[in-house]
Design a binder for this molecule. Sequence first.
Ligand SMILES: C[S@@+](CC[C@H](N)C(=O)[O-])C[C@H]1O[C@@H](n2cnc3c(N)ncnc32)[C@H](O)[C@@H]1O
Length: 153
Amino acid sequence: MTSLRIALYQPDIPGNTGTILRLAACLGFGVDIIEPAGFDISDRNLKRAGMDYLSAVALTRHVNWERFEAWRATTGRRLVLASTKAAERYTDFAFREDDILLFGRESAGVPDHVHERADGRVLIPMIEGQRSINLAMSVAMISGEALRQTTWS
Ligand SMILES: C[S@@+](CC[C@H](N)C(=O)[O-])C[C@H]1O[C@@H](n2cnc3c(N)ncnc32)[C@H](O)[C@@H]1O
């Protein structure tokens, strides 16, 4: 079990969120969804991707960014943003067991004010000219590294 959490900023695509929730159920992450999302939590594509794993996820929905930040302040947890604009490779970053790993929306990432609030910003290096990695894939890569460093080591 881990205390790491995955936070999704206003996700757009229900199948991605369902896939991430299944990953969280299997690996033991708590999940924060920062709303508004581009779909309803009862969306059938989310359910198709998450299957019966959904009932096993410790999911917290926050009505907006401000409420998420107010909640986070009570926990003292760091926010680590995954971003194509970050400079530090995720494999070089020293994760902590209680970090919250934040991922941007599929269509637009996160706004500048959210980028600035992060305590750390990490990049999955890509081949020059490529734009971004699928949200669920980037969650798998970065959360896997954070687990390896903090929980599986
Ligand atoms: C499909 S991408 C968003 C693309 C968006 N147009 C942008 O420029 O941010 C969705 C999210 O996946 C994560 N992501 C995708 N590729 C990444 C990369 N190479 N490094 C770090 N995070 C990445 C980020 O959190 C991003 O906000």
